[in-house]
Design a protein around this ligand. Structure first.
Ligand code: MG
Length: 178
């Protein structure tokens, strides 16, 4: 018999470099530096994807979206989150709620959190009240504190999809990324 729920945990960190946009939770945030990565390096959404994949026992982000695959170069991580949600649904699990924390010394993220919550809720077909996004500095400690990078932690609760009616299309209504 299927368990009543599954929990999952995800963690990610990326390096801050000049000449890259800073994208967190699908929001482009004004900053003189951005995160380095093959996709848009959205560390928050990557942690969320890994939490969902972990809870559904589906491996991790690198398993499904390898950085050796040119399809994922520069792709919006919102698409990765939508696809991850579809993969979990394919295994009979839907997301109940998510919670997350972004660790960044700067810039100040509070003004952008409502838009991050909206983006995540939309990608996962969740009510905004089921999405937690928090931000913290590390008070100057460690690689985050020195401004070398940004990290994110996420947890997720999955519950069984009641019936295995048609799964949602892989890319949502927007179609596949270019
Ligand atoms: Mg990553």
């Amino acid at each position: 018999m299927k368990a009543a729920f599954r929990i999952g945990y995800g963690y990610d960190a990326h390096t801050l470099v000049e000449g890259r946009p800073l994208i967190l939770g699908g929001v482009r945030i004004p900053s003189d530096r951005g995160l380095l990565g093959h996709s848009d390096a959205d560390v928050l959404l990557h942690a969320l994807c890994d939490a969902i994949l972990g809870a559904a026992s589906l491996g991790d982000l690198g398993t499904h979206f390898p950085d050796t695959d040119s399809r994922w170069k520069g792709v919006s991580s919102i698409h990765l989150l939508e696809e991850t949600n579809r993969l979990a649904r394919g295994k009979g699990w839907k997301v109940g709620n998510v919670d997350s924390t972004v660790c960044a010394q700067q810039p100040r993220l509070a003004p952008y959190i409502p838009e991050m919550v909206r983006n995540i809720a939309q990608a996962l077909r969740l009510e905004e009240g089921c999405v937690g996004v928090k931000a913290t500095t590390t008070e100057g400690m460690g690689f985050v504190g020195r401004g070398e990078g940004i990290a994110a932690h996420a947890v997720v609760l999955l519950t069984p999809v009641e019936d295995e009616t048609p799964s949602i299309p892989p890319w949502g209504e927007e179609g596949a990324p270019e």
